[in-house]
Design a protein. Sequence first.
Length: 478
Amino acid sequence: MKKVTTIVGLLAIASSAAADESALTLRQALQTAVASQPDLESATIDTQISQAQVSAANGIQDWSITANASLERQPFQVFGVDIQNTLRLGGSISKLLPTGGTVSVSGTGRYTDEPLGFDSKYQTGLTLRVDQPLLRGAGKKATNSQIEVAKRGEVIAQQTGYVVANSLVRNIVAAYWELSFAQKEVQVRQESVGLAQERLRVTDILVKAQKVAPMERLAQDQIVAMRKNELAQAQFRLRSRKLTLAGLIGATTNANIVTTETPPEHAFAGSTAALKTKAYDVSPLMVLAKAQKTRAIAERTAARLDNRDRLDLTLQGGPTGIANTLGEATKKMFSLDNYTIVAGLNYQTTLGRTSLAAGERIGDLATKKQSLEVEKIKQQIDIELEQAFSLAQLSESLKKNSETILKVAQRNIKAETIRFEQGKSTSFDVQQRQLEAQDAKLALARATVDLAIAKSRIDAVMGTLLTNYQISLASAAQ
């Protein structure tokens, strides 16, 4: 059976721009995750189960057909011993009413082979019957209570799948940009090692020419060693970021993943207050919590409706026909000369109501618990949006300042190099200027990545993250 993927609607992906097969765009990373993440498939299965449960609950609306047959043999003793045979046939069709009652039509037939022929051999009958609860089980709400619970369960399963997908995409986006920064850091630190080694080479020449003191050579050795340590640490972080992204998208842990995109530019405006108010309605976690609360209310309602006495009304009636032939018996039945009408009431109560009261109490507590969960998620939304906005504001400031620092640092490197050549500065001073430029590059790259991550965090809270990447949640399978 062909299976439809849990998440569909990704835009068509162009052929890889890089020759390396492990080079990934962000959308390719998301597509890989969609194809391999067991959490998404599990969420799909849960949704399918909930849909089956709704179908099962709706089964009470089906027509019910019954048929029966019996043969009875018994001794008949008057002038000796003989056998009396009685054949009974019957059938009925019934349907649940919106009021909670049941309407049915049944037909019966009996054939008796009597040894002495005292009685008529054939008896036929039609019966129309209505059973209607007047207390427990009465009304449309009571009739459909379990259907409503099942429907709420389906909504919860679907929204749970959305929350799983939303969280996965948020984590993949963050991991992708973290890997992008780790690549940039390795690149910058490799350049820094190269610059340090070049300064060491120049210093060796100057020492041999006795233009600088031999101590300058020792200082340069120290700086080269420090830069190599920084590079080694950056390479370790790069490998760690690759493993993190590989784990999220379901790639093999030895995959040499390389990002091919840089974070897009983002501008933030407005306040968190307006976003919070909107997030209370649209946040995936909030929508899920409210759906869970709605189901708890539906379960409590069902429990309360079930915690009532039973008082059932029964009305039935119909014609009968009795004759020595089947045709004559049928004719008499339709002539309506003989008929039966029955009306009755049946009352039932439970002393103590222990289990029924407990069920209602459970419903009350579950509803209260979900109300608390809604308030808890509001607090989580507040914290997440405040943190994301704070990160965005800080990153915008750092990005602007780092751009200025980098420009100044590059000019200072040139100036310090000239001073060094004139004997007015040391090689260590030149290295310090180079270090300032390196730090500015890394700060700029870090701020750019943090802006993108802050944007994805806000989008995840607002429920727009999947839409931004043209991802929609589908729960059907063929």
